[in-house]
Design a protein around this ligand. Sequence first.
Ligand SMILES: [Zn+2]
Length: 288
Amino acid sequence: MVKPGTPPPSGKPTVAPTTSPLASAMMAKRVPYKVSQEEAADYVKPSQLPDDAQSTVREQLRGLLGYLNVHHHGLKRGAKVYRFQQSTENYGQYDLGTGAITINEDVHQRATKFMSEPTNPKYRKHADDASTLIHETIHAMSPMQSKAYDGHGAFIEEATTEILARKVMRDKFQIPDEHWCDDDGTPSGSYGEEIHSLNQIVSSVLGQHAPIAHQDVYRLIEDAAAKMRQQSQVFDRKNRYVRHFANNLELPPHLFTGLDANAAAARRLQIVSDVSAEVERQHHDWQG
Ligand SMILES: [Zn+2]
């Protein structure tokens, strides 16, 4: 659940997370219950935003993300938005247990500046911070329950959450996909490796049936990332969550050319199974 933004104060783009998402999700849950105040103070000092600021942030984000038609699993329950009082190694995190979003205060301030004036070139460098806030908010709407946030389940959650955050940055703030890629077009930045791996997996499974362009595969995954969050069903098993992703891939018709209805249905099922199995095989011990 950790996503790095622009590290203060150097302004360098994204850095690799220094805490694994799993550890961080646990950490977020442990703070209120199991860790002493002094221990907690070593790594996180959340302060709740004032009520009016809370609802402003929530409403802004809801408005911003409304066009995705995502089912508001978490935000609907009135999840709180927190900010860190001081810089920590984490830039943002989402607590699956309570639905609380915690954002590094510097990241939060820069994200707010960017979102209030996205076309102002002065604030353009804060795009990564805005994407961090959006990424954590998308987690807050996830149909995945905390038990499923493990291994390949966590892998799918992080990759698809980041893909959606990038989509929002593109659709709403005109930050092109290339902003989050290396010069050769390979996804980079936060969870770039995971996005790249997911592209490769879906590409290779679909490629066994018919040729498909990489760009088309990315769009299929992006659409699935939104669709899988538009339903009211929730998931507490990682295998089911991964299969839920695969089920939501809108497979292009040319994959089924020449097949009758039964054969097409069988192929569809095979593709869903193969994508799910390959994600599990490659990422069953994923830890961020
Ligand atoms: Zn995350």
